[in-house]
Ligand binder design. Sequence first.
Ligand code: NAD
Ligand code: UDP
Length: 324
Amino acid sequence: MACIKRVLVAGGAGFLGSHLCELLLDRGHDVICLDNFFTSQKTNVEHLLARPNFELIRHDVTVPIALEVDEIYNLACPAAPGHYQYNPIKTMKTSLLGAINLLTLARECRATILQASTSEVYGNPEVHPQREDYRGAVNAIGPRACYDEGKRAAETLFMDFSRMYGVKIRIARIFNTYGPRMHPYDGRVVSNFIRQALAGEPITIFGDGSQTRSFCYYSDLVDGLVRLMENDSDFSGPVNIGNPDEFTILELGKLVYKTLGQKENFVYKSLPADDPCRRQPDIKLAHEKLGWEPKISLHEGLAKTIEWFKQIKVEDFRAPTPNY
Ligand code: NAD
Ligand code: UDP
């Protein structure tokens, strides 16, 4: 049996964090979920509260914390454009101070620490698909920069804590991931399209819908994170974790209507500034180093996600910001 670890999941009440907590608990670990609930709510982890190996702490990662842990997953950061642009200075602080505080904790505890980085470090990419050695094309002064540059600087801090202090690090570059427990008002494309279609509202296509994304189902993603954290060869990344099946945004909208058996009803709005035109991960490195590849197709994952959205009451969810 694998050794039981004390694991801190920062941002653990969020969409991905809550699924990660669940997977780690199922693997027998002691899990501390830390969150300030900026973009999530306790209902995401309510079903875990009674488990003896689960603890929940309300805390902001921009403030240091003392804990004794063996592993740290840093997922604490608003992830949807509307959320991270609501208070961009706080977003940058969360990435930078959060990384510094959690890396310092990892150093003190000799814990291994994983950073949930992002495909946004590639910006609006000039190479396609994106490999880990591509250095990216990010606009340092645009509306997405608080997130993109914050995540890039966090990667730098991870590398420097590793080089200066020998902290054991992992860096996962996550591509668009979706599934149950996405906040229905986060404004991200999958949650928006499903919520709109279920409410009988038109689906909002930004631009002409020809921009692409590659969508990964949450279960594949958290499996990739745990493989990266636990790999025996101490492979630290950065490594892309995402599903390489690429779709235009219009294709995604059509698929939502097809899955629901509804007639298409699109309304076109202007494309936000710096919105990347194409995005697709090259996942050869994850396959070679971690034996990882996604298993769930967009058709399958979308159907499961739609089922979850049908069961929830969207009015129970507080919109975290007016920017959804
Ligand atoms: P999410 O918004 O559901 O989760 C983020 C969590 O972090 C929330 O629970 C939020 O309340 C918490 N948080 C935010 N600021 C915090 C702070 N200062 N202190 C403590 N907690 C804080 O988003 P998600 O999709 O689950 O994303 C999780 C992580 O994965 C993020 O770091 C995000 O950047 C990264 N990521 C996600 C995707 C994706 O497609 N889902 C893609 C790339 C990277
Ligand atoms: N998008 C859209 N309609 C929406 C929400 C998003 O057309 O209601 C587009 C958005 O412009 C982007 C893509 O869908 O091109 C993915 O947006 P999301 O916010 O989910 O994530 P991003 O990958 O841009 O961070």
